[in-house]
Design a protein around this ligand. Sequence first.
Ligand code: ZN
Length: 667
Amino acid sequence: MKHNKFVQMSVVFVLSALSALSALCAVSADAAISPLAGLVIMLDPGHGGEDSGAVGSGGLKEATVNLRVARYLRQLLTADGATILMTREQDETVSLQKRVDMAKQRKPDLFVSIHHNASLGKTKTNRGEIYFNALDDGLPLQLANEMSRELGNSRLASGSFVIPGGYFVLRNNSVPALLTEASYISMPENEKALSTGRALTKEALVFRQAIRKVFDHPTMRVEIISKNPAPTSSPFFNLIISADRPIAKADIAFEDGQSVPLGFNKLPSIGSVYNLFNMKPLQAGEHFLRMTFHGGDGSISTQRKMTVQVHLPISEAVLLPIASYIPEGFNGIFPVRLLLKDENGNVNQQALPFQIEWDSKNVNGKTRSDGQALAEIELDGTERGSIELKATVDGHQAASTRIAIRHPNKAFILGRVSTNLTMEGLEKTRIRYGSDRLAITGPGGYFFCELPNIFRNLDIMIQPPAGYAAERRRIRTEGKMVSTPEIVLAPVAPELLGKKIAILADRSQDDWIRPMIRLFMQGGARIIRLRTPPGKESLPSSHTKDESPSELKGPAAGAIAEANRQSDLDLLLSIKRDDVSAVTFRHYYKSPKGIALGKAIASFLDHARLQPRAVVTEGSDYELGHTGATALIVALPRHTPPNITASVADALYKVLTMKPARSTSAK
Ligand SMILES: [Zn+2]
């Protein structure tokens, strides 16, 4: 919002008191007929060109309807004084990425993607759905509520829902974004209505009315008077925030969910200036704040994001040689860990440049954001007595240590564990050796073992972090006093490693899902368990004229909202029992990944001779097409014997650990 209505209104008041001068009357007239002056809105008619979107049984294309509504809406909003940008002007193919890029480039105040719904099953109610970017519950949620209310009050739909959406154009958008599905094109009687100009102008009027209402309380303009990221050299930060009107409520939270309490005070200055601070110390490192402000006049700010960088003074750095001494004549890399500490002796989580010097050599690097680094000290075997290491961190002398060089009187084993995927060192691997000895790999994957006698062979037990299997290895020392074994591990399931998978299922399925989840986690997957109470997966009643608008409630909706608030979810598996006669995989009709996944799992079950054969089909389940991630429904008949669930679990695991075919998401 670029104009300030209050200023204009007060101008008008003073002028009418002075009684009209014609030039000044133009100002008042302008304010009345241009309620959206200064506002830039990008309209995004969904689909187009090669992608017709949903097609009604009478042949009406969603892409056409979307564009027509967008054109009407453009006309209306332009008349209201707004500047309208369009992601497409005609029946042309525009990729989702391109649409998002346009918004990034032009930075509109608002992005509205216009779609019309379709259902494969019989839809009883022609409900409207307004999606807002699930990662931004500021302005997008407020406008979604308003649009949903207007839509519910119109005859275009029999009710309307507000849904936290995970669609590509929403979650990847840098500006406040919504996606509308005002009604169903797949319902024949509604398709008829949508083919007339009347319903489409009505729809445009509904959206315009909602936009007017929200921007009638102009967006609150908020300025954070600090550069972003905001640096602080103490565990406390202090941000000065100035708004163009009094702030009645501030929604501020850390993105990682940490519960350091925050304070928000008005400063005794002219205007609305506030002070945001933390009341308990923050750890060193980066902290991400998400904030939305509400004015007492109903206005709301756009969502603001801020990074606070806590740089605590490096009171101390610690140099930790991996082995306690250097064997005489050692020729190669001797690893040393560098650890930053704050004045309380805690790890000082900061990425800072460092230099370590010894003799007349040196090595440079940067600590990781966790305040640690590995320094590889190169030795040529000519060093005698001891070497002194001096560490400089961020230009300041921070630590020094002396490492003795001596003849080993025990077997000296300086090993390294790495992964064949990246050849990088694998940290936090536990190495058990001897009868009860333990070494743990640090940065770079290095570990050190010392044994009283010299062995030809040393059996060690390797317990790597999740994603890699525990195994026994034999280290051959060839009877030498010093050895530097390299242990390369292969991940259990490279395709699962690091993947974030949400599993939606009720507790009644735990008996067979739990072991499967354990297997996924051993494969290195990150699992998010979403639950629905048993037997309650239907949609709740919609919001109609009498009800106040709210987020779509209900178990599945709550779970999807949670899934959509994850910023990096790869897959959503919704596992349920319903009235199917065979194991059924349902996918969103436009999701190539979902289709491929369903087919691959079914083909595994075919090979396992599952009876009756597994079925892959398009689904109309709420979870499909409403998430940012690929979603697949795994539906089992109500009474499924354990041997079948075991086969399904097995097939799911096998397919998810296979290398998938690459494709892009549909919406
Ligand atoms: Zn669509």
